[in-house]
Structure formats: structure tokens, C-alpha cells
Design a binder for this molecule. Structure first.
Ligand code: TUI
Length: 315
């Protein structure tokens, strides 16, 4: 068994998180990952407090095991959702796309384990000083909102910079990528894209199909012009958005193009107008499986690689 400080901190069997994907990671997906021995995470995304409270209560009915809530800090409802997770005494909170310092006291006094996502060394050190229990270092291979440092460079950098445990994310969907993360200093891994193909993931079948079929250059990054770079599948929508970014279109026109695009992908499978967020590791996601099989295959494969060691090229 792979056993790190993350297993002890969260009382979970496997140090594996399911990423908090906006519009996607609901109580069904999160509870099935937690039941499988990992940490399932409900994504608050842009949803309001009532939605998040309902999903938390649903997850509590579906599993007795720990699960988390991810708060996307760019959301207009972030303040409200921050209060809801405190009231509901969620065991773990992860944050993304910003600095969660202002909520830290509220969460810590309720005994919540706080694990911010960081994409830089400066943010990692600041979060450790503010009382974070662990960090998720997410490289630019990931789907959704991305920084530009890769997991390969970011993980050792962040692990060397803090003494709290670090979870690697971005570009992990296969056992070799998982094992490499531990070598780079991680004490846990987080996967998002790999769980898009979970049976329990309630996205439109067209979205799952696109992830399963994704090839070697399947994703691209758009949104840099407005300051929020986002990695998604290279669809006609993504190409159109990219063209608009480099045209004389105004910022307002660009924003209008993006409104509702995540929902259109997730709920409607709308190939023309939907934004299908995905990490580069979609290449390794080739079939629909239960969350339990995804968790176990990755962790067992990772453990086998660690036990075998790497003597292939040693004389
Ligand atoms: O947050 C994510 N991934 C996301 S959020 C999202 S929803 C969205 N919708 C529209 C526009 C933008 C996003 C889809 N995917 N990952 C975690 C993550 N956090 N990656 C990078 C960061 C990050 C970035 C800046 C963390 C901290 C940070 O600090 C900013 C600062 O204040 O320096």
C-alpha cells in the first residue's frame, strides 16, 4: 500500500483526489470516488450556496467516508459557498483560481482541512504561512483554468519550498504519470480528466465520447487575452474563440462568446457552442469505467511501478 501523510491527514485508503470540476463534479461522482477509497470532491464552480448545500447533504447520504468541496474563487458566489462549507462542517476544502487567505480563519476554526491549489512557488509559501494543511500543485497540463508551469517543473519546486504535504495534479491519468508524481515529491495525486470517463460522472455522453477519442493534440489553451487561460478540447468552439481573441473583437464580445459555454458542453453536449474542458492526459483515457476501477487501477499500477523500481537501464 502507498501510505503518505495524506492518508493520515484525511483518513483515506488511497492518497488520490478527484479534481473539483465545475458543472461536473457533483455528489454522485464525489461519493463514488470516496467510497472507492480516494477523496471525492464536489465542485462549487459558479453555483450558489443552496446548490452546494444540497450536494453536500446528498453526498453525506451516499457515503460515510470523507469527501471535499472545491471552491472556485473567481465565482461571484465564493463568499456564500465559503460559509456553507463551514456550516455543513465539510471535512476538506480545496480552492482554485485564486487566493483563499480571507476564508482561512473561518474554516480552520471549524476544524476543516484546507488544501489550496497553487500554480506558483510564491503562492505555495503564502498558503503554508496562512495555515494550509496541504497543497495541490497543479501544472499547466491540466484542464480548465491553468498556470503556465508544467507539473514536471512545478512539483519538485513546490515540494522543496514547503514542509506540508503536496499533491500533484495536471497531466495524470495513467499509472506511470502517477508514479512519476511521487518521484517528483508528491505525497498524493489529483486527477480530473480521468474521472470524466467514470460511469458515475453525470456529463453528456457526447462529452465522454470526446474524451475517450481524444488524440495527441486534442487540447488547446484559450482565454489568455482576458487573463484567465483555460485548457479545453480543440473543438470548433475553441477555434472560433481563439480566432476572436486575435481579432479586433472587443473584450465584451469575447466575454459574451464564453458565457454559458461550460454548461452547454456538460449538459447539452453542444459541439458547436460548448467549451469541453479537458487536460492533456485525455490521451490516456480510453474507456468508460467505474470510479472504483479508475481509482484501483491507478493506485495498484502505481504501487507495482514503485515496488519494481527502475533498474531497466542500470548496469
Ligand atoms: O481552478 C482550477 N481550474 C478551473 S476553475 C474553472 S471555472 C472557470 N471558468 C471560467 C474562467 C476561469 C475558470 C475551470 N477550471 N484549477 C486550480 C488552479 N488554481 N489552477 C491555477 C490556479 C491558481 C491560479 C492563481 C491558484 C492561485 C492563483 O493565485 C492567483 C493570485 O492571486 O496570485
Amino acid at each position: 500500500m502507498i501510505h503518505t501523510r495524506i492518508n493520515d491527514l484525511l483518513q483515506i485508503k488511497y492518497p488520490l483526489f478527484q479534481g473539483g470540476m465545475a458543472w461536473i463534479a457533483d455528489a454522485d461522482l464525489a461519493s463514488s470516488v470516496s467510497e472507492a477509497g480516494g477523496l471525492g470532491i464536489i465542485a462549487a464552480g459558479n453555483a450558489d450556496g443552496d446548490y452546494v448545500r444540497r450536494e453536500i447533504r446528498k453526498a453525506k447520504e451516499l457515503t460515510g467516508k470523507p469527501f471535499g468541496v472545491n471552491i472556485m474563487l473567481l465565482s461571484p458566489h465564493a463568499d456564500e459557498v465559503a460559509k456553507v462549507v463551514a456550516e455543513e462542517k465539510v471535512k476538506v476544502v480545496t480552492t482554485g483560481a485564486g487566493n483563499p487567505s480571507k476564508y482561512m480563519e473561518l474554516w480552520k476554526e471549524r476544524g476543516i482541512t484546507v488544501i489550496p491549489v497553487v500554480a506558483s512557488k510564491a503562492m505555495a509559501k503564502m498558503m503554508e504561512r496562512s495555515g494550509a494543511d496541504a497543497l495541490i500543485a497543479e501544472g499547466g497540463e491540466s484542464g480548465g483554468h491553468v498556470g503556465d508551469t508544467t507539473t514536471m517543473v512545478l512539483l519538485p519546486m513546490i515540494s522543496d519550498s514547503v514542509s506540508i504535504p503536496v499533491i500533484g495534479a495536471g497531466g495524470i491519468a495513467d499509472e506511470r504519470e502517477a508514479a512519476a508524481s511521487f518521484i517528483l515529491g508528491a505525497e498524493g495525486i489529483q486527477m480530473g480528466t480521468a474521472f470524466l470517463a467514470a460511469k458515475e460522472c453525470n456529463i453528456h455522453p457526447v462529452y465522454k465520447e470526446k474524451i475517450i477519442k481524444a488524440g495527441d493534440r486534442a487540447t488547446m489553451v484559450t482565454g489568455k487575452r482576458l487573463g484567465h487561460p483555460v485548457r479545453s478540447l480543440r473543438t470548433s468552439f475553441a477555434r472560433r474563440y481563439r480566432e476572436a481573441e486575435y481579432s479586433s473583437a472587443s473584450d465584451e464580445e469575447l466575454e459574451k462568446l464564453g458565457v454559458g459555454a461550460l454548461r452547454k458542453a456538460v449538459k447539452d453536449g453542444d459541439e458547436e457552442n460548448g467549451c469541453f474542458l479537458s487536460g492533456q492526459a485525455a490521451y490516456y483515457v480510453n474507456e468508460i469505467k467505474s470510479a472504483k476501477d479508475i481509482v484501483e487501477e491507478i493506485m495498484k499500477g502505481c504501487e507495482r511501478i514503485m515496488r519494481e523500481g527502475f533498474s531497466k537501464w542500470l548496469e
